[in-house]
Design a protein around this ligand. Structure first.
Ligand code: ZN
Length: 271
């Protein structure tokens, strides 16, 4: 039976940017399964494997590009009503508050995305605090790649995230990739902060360090905090494999319902 899945972690970009990102991954030694597939193909592929709605996460690897990229995401949503953009910002952008306000207030984006690894800054960089303030005040959310997988740099890691949450305890955050490879610390911290959630994007890749025997326990214990995500298209395997592997955990039906749909509806207020 074809699935009916909500995907909380997808990346779509204009062709020129996507091409550059595919090339970057290739040089870094990644074998991206979706290489040379562009936005329309990726969207129809998502549809073909049962992804009914998705959060589309932008990110800006240099200053001065976020407004244009956010505009592109806004246009994308006009063509595809089942895609929900999260805007991007770069820590060196001059007009952070203006851009964030455009995304949240004018274009009604569900939230914003921070990619510590790509942006080469930590999530607790104080230049990003105006973004968190605006997001928190509007009760929207932010997706953050904060963990040390698939690459450890000075910008990622639990300590940065801990400091962020101390400053913004009410912030709604979706920690990408289950916070790997420091999942235990992230999960424990989430018990102190009611609005911290996690996505499962890319966790089955060989580059990630997740002992499979732990995953079932994690999902059972934090079933109200975990959202399914694929990380399409930046993965080395077809996204369908992630669903197959999750299905092999033989979780109770109501738990699958939560991670495949209900948690995303609740967290991101998507019906
Ligand atoms: Zn991602």
């Amino acid at each position: 039976m074809k699935k009916h899945v909500y995907d909380a972690h997808v990346h779509l970009f204009p062709n020129s940017l996507l091409k550059a990102i595919y090339y970057w991954f290739e040089r870094a030694g990644w074998k991206i399964w979706y290489r040379d597939q562009w936005t329309p193909q990726l969207v129809s592929h998502m549809d073909s494997i049962g992804i009914k709605k998705a959060l589309v996460l932008g990110y800006a690897h240099k200053p001065g590009m976020s407004l244009e990229l956010n505009q592109w995401l806004h246009e994308l949503q006009k063509s595809y009503h089942h895609l929900f953009p999260l805007g991007c910002i770069h820590q060196e952008d001059e007009n952070i508050e203006e851009i964030v306000s455009k995304c949240l207030d004018e274009w009604n984006f569900a939230g914003m995305k921070i990619h510590a690894l790509v942006q080469k800054t930590s999530c607790d960089d104080e230049r990003l605090f105006p973004l968190y303030e605006l997001v928190q005040k509007r009760e929207r959310g932010v997706v953050i790649h904060a963990g040390t997988d698939p690459e450890e740099t000075p910008h990622v890691g639990f300590d940065h995230f801990c400091r962020l949450m101390k400053n913004f305890p009410e912030l709604k955050v979706q920690v990408a990739h289950l916070g790997l490879a420091e999942t235990d610390q992230f999960l424990q911290l989430a018990e102190e902060y009611p609005h911290v959630y996690f996505d499962t994007a890319a966790i089955f890749m060989d580059k990630m360090h997740l002992p499979m025997e732990r995953l079932r326990d994690i999902i059972m214990k934090y079933q109200d905090r975990i959202l399914f995500g694929t990380d399409i298209p930046f993965i080395e395997e077809p996204a369908l494999r992630q669903m197959t592997m999750l299905d092999q955990l033989h979780l109770p039906t109501e738990v699958y319902q939560k991670i495949y749909q209900d948690n995303m509806k609740k967290v991101w207020e998507i019906s």
